[in-house]
Design a protein around this ligand. Structure first.
Ligand code: GUN
Ligand code: ZN
Length: 439
């Protein structure tokens, strides 16, 4: 019934700010027994259960998940390819070989609308099974691949950003558009989908290796005409790729300058990977308000390298950073597993990363990377009620290990090291139960 609040109860964790900048003490809230009241898809009130329950009418329905649960804002996946779901876990070697051997042949299959629809269904179910409620998604070059994804996302009520991939060179002919057709098709998709319910369009030149300067120029013009859309692309993922960009664009200062020259740096731009960026490029991302999506399972799987998180977040010129699965180069839909891998990437640079900081990246940090932190990413009144419910004892080993854990940080660290889809017991999308784990 509209207007009647529902309440979720259990331990809860959320962020009110950026713990990398201001420390956990000032930015993290942890309520050992919380209640989250939801009305009309939004969080009405969140806080200690006695306080919240006292404000609600007698007899309000309460879903109590108990002391072994943990309520968090739904996870945000800032970089993922839905058409690569059918090819996750393909032994294609490093990036450029992997693209030719597995990725392009798979994306060719999306000429078939039914195949695209089936894949979109599987993809979004996997997102929900892993507590992911917002994603920034690459589709294929086929405009109907965007329709397939958005139709299903709309049915589920998800807040999703997505776009048709633009590519007009260095790919099979059947996967290429042109600067003009790519512009026209994207513009038509923006008119159809952007701002419809919770859906947002992302202008999506795949990467500078598969777009001519003319196409990058057209992408920049399109984004300028629709600046409230997102823009997403890949950058500095692999050393061979970076060297190749120097050959393709010898007149540009560096990789980011290729995009910048064509008007593709600014607020709401999300750059995937960024492992090999130079200092001047990080400075420019900061100045432009653009974000990096850190995709650690993909980076290990493709042998791309380890992203230097603390360098990107340097307080003198912090870059917005979110976490991405980068399916199908990424090896897991689980954001917990992806957080675990981000800890291992940090260690490669002699850095530590607490579980709480990793959780921030996977929720509010990702929302901030996409300029959505005023709508999602925290358990705060007024925000959209996208919520993941963790089961902190989802396997016998984890249940056993929990008994030894001393504090919240340790308990969360166990989840991100040992946990996976089994640790998600429910996912709420705009206040509606969209997934419940079966035992
Ligand atoms: N660079 C260009 N295209 C892709 C892609 O599909 N996946 C990854 N990981 N990197 C890319
Ligand atoms: Zn990618």
């Amino acid at each position: 019934m509209p207007g009647t609040p529902i309440v979720l109860r259990g331990p809860a964790i959320s962020f009110t700010g950026d713990p990398f900048r201001d420390g956990l003490e000032r930015t993290m809230v942890h309520w050992p027994d919380a209640a989250i009241a939801i009305e009309d898809g939004k969080i009405l009130r969140a806080g200690p259960a006695p306080d919240v329950l006292a404000t609600l009418p007698q007899g309000t329905a309460i879903e109590d998940y108990g002391p072994d649960s943990l309520l968090t804002a739904g996870f945000v996946d800032t970089h993922v390819h839905f058409p690569q779901t059918p090819m996750i876990a393909s032994p294609g070697g490093q990036l450029l070989d992997w693209l030719e051997r597995y990725t392009f042949p798979t994306e060719l299959k999306f000429a078939d609308l039914e195949f695209a629809r089936d894949t979109a269904r599987v993809f979004l179910q996997e997102c929900l099974r892993n507590g992911v409620t917002t994603s920034c998604v690459y589709c294929t070059v086929h405009p109907h691949s965007v329709d397939a994804l958005f139709e299903e996302a709309e049915r589920l009520g998800l807040r999703i950003a997505a776009g048709k991939v633009l590519m007009d060179r260095n790919a099979p002919g059947a996967l290429c558009d042109t600067a003009q057709t790519g512009y026209d098709q994207s513009a038509a998709l923006i008119a159809k989908w952007h701002g419809r319910g919770r859906l947002m369009y992302a202008v999506t030149p795949r990467f500078a290796g598969s777009s001519t300067p003319e196409q990058l120029e057209a992408a920049g013009a399109l984004w300028r005409a629709h600046p409230d859309c997102l823009m997403q692309t890949h950058i500095s993922e692999n050393k061979r790729e970076v060297a190749w960009m120097k050959e393709l664009f010898p007149e540009r200062l560096n990789y980011l300058d290729i995009y910048d020259h064509h008007g593709l740096v600014g607020p709401r731009a999300v750059f995937g990977h960024g492992i090999w960026l130079e200092e001047s490029e990080l400075q420019r991302l900061h100045d432009g308000g653009s974000a990096i999506s850190h995709c650690p399972t993909s980076n290990l799987f493709l042998g791309s390298g380890a992203f230097n998180l603390r360098r990107a977040l340097d307080p003198r010129r912090p870059v917005r950073v979110g976490i991405g699965t980068d399916i199908g180069a990424g090896t897991s839909f689980s954001i917990l597993a992806t957080m675990g891998e981000s800890y291992r990437a940090a260690l490669q640079h002699q850095q530590t990363l607490s579980a709480e900081h990793a959780l921030y990246l996977a929720t509010r940090g990702g929302a901030r990377a996409m300029y959505l932190d005023d709508r999602i990413g925290s358990l705060t009144s007024g925000l959209e009620a996208d919520i993941a419910v963790l089961d902190m004892k989802s396997t016998p080993l984890i249940a056993y290990r929990m008994e030894q854990a001393r504090d919240l940080g340790e308990r969360l660290f166990v989840q991100m090291t040992l946990g996976d889809d089994r640790a998600i017991q429910a996912t709420y999308v705009a206040g509606r139960l969209a997934y419940k784990r079966r035992r």
